[in-house]
Design a protein around this ligand. Structure first.
Ligand code: GLC
Length: 422
């Protein structure tokens, strides 16, 4: 075990709040949905039981209709805004009213395979069965509320749902959001971190206007889906859900469960996801459903088509050409925005910096698709960033310096998952 692995474990342990892990104690002092999924991958390398508990704790906050919130406020902490009072979801425990990218099924499949490889499948089978039901309920919620027309994509109702908060993909779709009644508020993020690394005031106003809209709708997700001022088919969530459904189907088979419904979701996605291909820019990208317009941006999420299991020689080649062009421009792959784009900003959050968790998904997808050299570059760049700068939230793709919070849980988890021979 390397020194880095020791530090990574120590970070996870320090951020452990008993059954769940905070992304970062100061900036994000609650449980975040997709953070916890990735964190479980890290725990699985040294404490299998704790890995399962991380996901189980998240699903304890699942709503009766299957929805799984993006934040669970297990304890009070005024270090973050907007807190439970602003969301006002009326739940116990208090939660936000929006969701996040559904990576959990993929992670549970990984945990299950790793338990099976260690000869512990019988021990973990009851927990896997229980989680399977929870995951199925969540994916059904996605099918009902975020893809009612069975078009095979995931509609995001808030930039925070995509996990890529201030991606330029949301700039144009965000324009119609009325921010005139947002009122005064005090951000906490810019009190912890350099404002140059964070979303702008206009972006925050839009985030809050959408929270206020959802709250006024009583977090009725059917009503929100009909009338939300922001409805964008997100390329990241769509690829991640397709992948997650493939993994959920594999779990169904391993656990002797019926997978017909899941197979139908996969078929819908395989038939419909092409609406996220921008033929002009020759890239996968998000699409505003209110206008039908593609974002046209090449982001790190564009490269998740491999992870989703899509195989189309012509499109794959176009994506690989983007990859190779970008790889010539930056020292560290994969920047969250194309560096040839005029909006590229090397330290501003999802407009440039490299994120270890996205790299993990991209690297996994490229390796599975047989693009070994590129997969290796993504993995070794990620580990080099961590070795050179520490376990930051994100990294400058040009000089490798850390951006955002330090001692970040999911970065530590990816280091463990990628360093530990499986
Ligand atoms: C930021 C990120 C989001 C993440 C959260 C907690 O909001 O954009 O993806 O889940 O922080 O780490």
């Amino acid at each position: 075990m390397t020194q880095d692995s020791n530090t990574a474990r120590a970070i996870l342990k320090a951020n452990d709040r008993g059954g769940y892990t905070v992304p970062n104690g100061r900036v994000y002092p609650f449980q975040w949905n997709w953070d916890s999924a990735f964190v479980a991958l890290g725990f699985d390398t040294f404490d299998r039981d704790r890995a399962w508990t991380e996901i189980e704790t998240l699903f304890r906050a699942q709503w009766p209709d299957g929805f799984v919130p993006h934040i669970v406020f297990w304890q009070e902490d005024d270090g973050y805004f907007p807190g439970p009072g602003v969301w006002d979801s009326g739940r116990t425990p208090p939660t936000s009213g929006i969701t996040q990218p559904p990576v959990a099924a993929t992670v549970v499949r990984t945990l299950w395979d790793s338990a099976a490889a260690a000869g512990q499948s019988e021990h973990y089978r009851p927990r896997a069965q229980a989680l399977f039901d929870r995951l199925l309920g969540w994916h059904r919620w996605f099918a009902e509320h975020r893809d009612a027309n069975r078009s095979g994509v995931v509609v995001a109702m808030h930039p925070w749902e995509t996990g890529r908060d201030n991606s330029p993909e949301w700039d144009v779709p965000g324009v119609p959001i009325d921010v005139s009644n947002v009122g005064e508020y005090t951000r906490r993020d810019t009190g912890h971190l350099d404002a140059k690394m964070r979303p702008t005031k206009l972006e925050y106003d839009r985030y809050l206007a959408l929270v206020q809209f959802g709250r006024a709708a009583g977090w009725d997700h059917a009503a929100i889906a009909r009338s939300n001022p922001f409805r964008v088919a997100d390329v990241g969530m769509s690829m991640i859900l397709l992948r997650a459904n493939r993994d959920l189907l594999a779990l169904a088979q391993a656990l002797g469960r019926n997978g017909d419904e899941i197979a139908r979701w996969i078929a819908d996605a395989e038939a419909g996801i092409h609406i996220l291909w921008d033929a002009e820019r020759r890239t996968w990208c998000s699409r505003d459903l209110l206008t039908g317009r593609h974002s046209g941006y090449v982001t790190s999420a564009s490269f998740l088509s491999f992870y989703a299991g899509l195989r189309d020689p012509e499109r794959d080649e176009a994506m690989m050409a983007h990859f190779d062009r970008i790889a010539e421009r930056v020292r560290y792959m994969v920047p969250s925005l194309d560096p040839d784009d005029t909006g590229f900003q090397m330290i501003r959050y999802w407009r440039g910096p490299v994120w270890a968790v996205v790299n993990w998904m991209i690297g996994q997808g490229l390796a599975e698709a047989g693009h070994e050299a590129r997969a290796k570059r993504v993995r070794s760049d990620t580990l080099a960033l961590i070795q050179g700068s520490g376990f930051y939230e994100a990294f400058n793709p040009l000089d490798g310096s850390g951006s955002g919070g330090d001692d970040f849980s999911w970065t530590a988890a990816i280091a463990l998952a990628w360093q530990t021979p499986s």
